[in-house]
Design a protein. Sequence first.
Length: 112
Amino acid sequence: MIAPDAVVTFERVDGFRVVKSFGYAYGQATRPRNILRATFRSIGAFIGLAPVEYLTDAERSRTDCLAELVRKAEATGANGIIGLQFQVSETPDGSTKVLAFGEAVLLEPLPR
């Protein structure tokens, strides 16, 4: 199982050494465009309200793709992910695609 503190954007995890690399793993999530939600978001931005629904969609997509990344890394035998990165793109139909990727690794605690 991959602990949350073993998923890092750095090239190493403090207190651990990389024993084996399983290569890159990825997870992705796509949210379809919702015209009604976009309209309400625009109205809210116009009158000065925070775009809460937009943040919720973005957070949900990020969480979903990160969970998929962790599942795929665990399937290889990894107990950590280093070099975590996210990429976000908008497709021609207006939906948003979020991709998370990083190197799946086997970590071992450093001797004290």
